[in-house]
Structure formats: structure tokens, C-alpha cells
Design a protein around this ligand. Structure first.
Ligand code: DX5
Ligand code: ZN
Length: 215
């Protein structure tokens, strides 16, 4: 059974309390919180202040996905805001190992995200130090895009690499996840499904989360 992590980016921001109540009463496992800086990605979302509101609204795990440059400048702020997992992009970190150490020393779990064009092989020498690998299955910056099919090959290879090293790193898939393609993604070896539009644009979000959970 996969971990389901709805992305609040797709929620109606005028009704966030309603979105949180829905998630809290659903089978959703994590809150997936997307942070965009308008530099690493061509869009700006929200920052630690809103993460802190979500923190006070739920006891579920807050999974913070940083799509920002120089994430080391903000790791402490997101810890204080209540992040449980902090994920940085491989492409944004010159000294990735140092970023991971910082996140862990602050008491959070550490994740590394890869853009669609970045090879999973590049994580071979850092896998033992991280908790989550996030494979982007769309180009980061916007919700509502279509799943890039090649991601399936990346999930399979990542699974092999993790198993070869006898590690327990979780594989998280982010972008274009639907009730229809979730089975294929899980079969390839994913542990965590992020779902934005699929959940929040559904007629019945709670049922949609249950449908993802049942796969
Ligand atoms: C994209 C974000 C995703 C996004 C997913 O940059 O990282 O988390 O919100 O949205 P959907 O599920 O609509 O593709
Ligand atoms: Zn995300």
C-alpha cells in the first residue's frame, strides 16, 4: 500500500481550512507542500509561514518539497515552521552532501529530488545518507501537467539501486499521478504518490484519496 501525499498547491487557497479538514478526515498519509522561488522554477508558491499554518492544522507528516536555489539558507526556517521531511533538488545543490547533513542535523528526514532529465545513477554515492528520493514525473513549477512515461524506467532503476545497497530509501513520485496510472507507478517500485489535481479537482477528493490508497 502506497503512502498518499496530496499536494496542497492544487487546493482552493480561499478555502484552506476546508482542504485541511478534508485531508485530516481522509486516508491521506502526508501533506505535500510545494515551495517555489521563481528562480529554480518559473513560478512562486508560498513559504515557511504557510507551512506553519499547515503544521498547526494537522498531525500528519508535513513533506516539504523545496524547488528553490540555495536551500541551505531556508532549511532552519522550514524546520521551525514544522517540516518533518525536507527535500532539496539535486540540480540546485553544488554541495548536496552538506545540504543533507544540515537537514539531518536540524532533526528532519532528508529527501533529494531529481528533474525529469536527471539520471538516477547520479544518486549512487548519496543514497545511503538520505530517506527519500523524489522523482519528478513532470517538469517542476506547475500542477496539472501530464505524467512523463520515461519516469517508469527511472523508478525501476532506482528501486534496483536501493535494493542492491540493501537500503530503505523511499521512492516518491511527483507530477501527473492519476487513479489510472497509479498502479503502473507502484508496480515499477514507488512507495509514495504525490497527487495534486487528481485529488483537489476531483468531485469527491476523499473518495479519490481512498481509491489511490486502495491500489
Ligand atoms: C510540481 C509540484 C507537484 C505538483 C503536483 O512542481 O512539485 O507537487 O503540485 O501536481 P499534479 O499532481 O497536479 O501534477
Ligand atoms: Zn512537489
Amino acid at each position: 500500500m502506497a503512502i498518499i501525499a496530496p499536494s496542497l498547491l492544487a487546493a482552493d487557497f480561499l478555502q484552506l481550512q476546508k482542504a485541511c479538514d478534508m485531508l485530516n478526515g481522509s486516508q491521506a498519509d502526508w501533506y505535500h507542500l510545494d515551495i517555489m522561488d521563481g528562480r529554480f522554477v518559473p513560478n512562486i508558491s508560498y513559504g515557511p509561514m504557510l507551512v506553519n499554518f499547515f503544521r498547526t492544522a494537522t498531525t500528519k507528516i508535513c513533506d516539504v518539497h523545496l524547488m528553490i536555489e540555495e536551500p541551505e539558507r531556508y532549511a532552519e526556517a522550514f524546520k521551525e515552521a514544522g517540516a518533518d521531511i525536507l527535500t532539496v533538488h539535486y540540480e540546485a545543490c553544488t554541495h548536496l552532501h552538506r545540504n543533507i547533513q544540515q537537514i539531518k542535523s536540524l532533526g528532519m528526514q532528508a529527501g533529494v529530488a531529481l528533474n525529469p532529465h536527471t539520471s538516477v545513477e547520479l544518486l549512487k554515492d548519496i543514497l545511503q545518507d538520505i530517506d527519500v528520493v523524489l522523482l519528478m514525473s513532470v517538469n517542476p513549477g506547475f500542477g496539472g501537467q501530464s505524467f512523463i512515461p520515461h519516469t517508469i524506467n527511472k523508478i525501476k532503476r532506482m528501486r534496483e539501486m536501493i535494493d542492491e545497497q540493501l537500503l530503505h530509501v523511499k521512492i516518491e513520485i511527483d507530477g501527473g499521478v492519476t487513479v489510472e496510472n497509479a498502479q503502473m507507478i507502484i508496480d515499477a517500485g514507488a512507495d509514495i504518490l504525490v497527487a495534486g489535481s487528481t485529488v483537489f479537482k476531483a468531485a469527491d477528493p476523499t473518495k479519490t484519496i481512498a481509491a489511490l490508497k486502495a491500489i
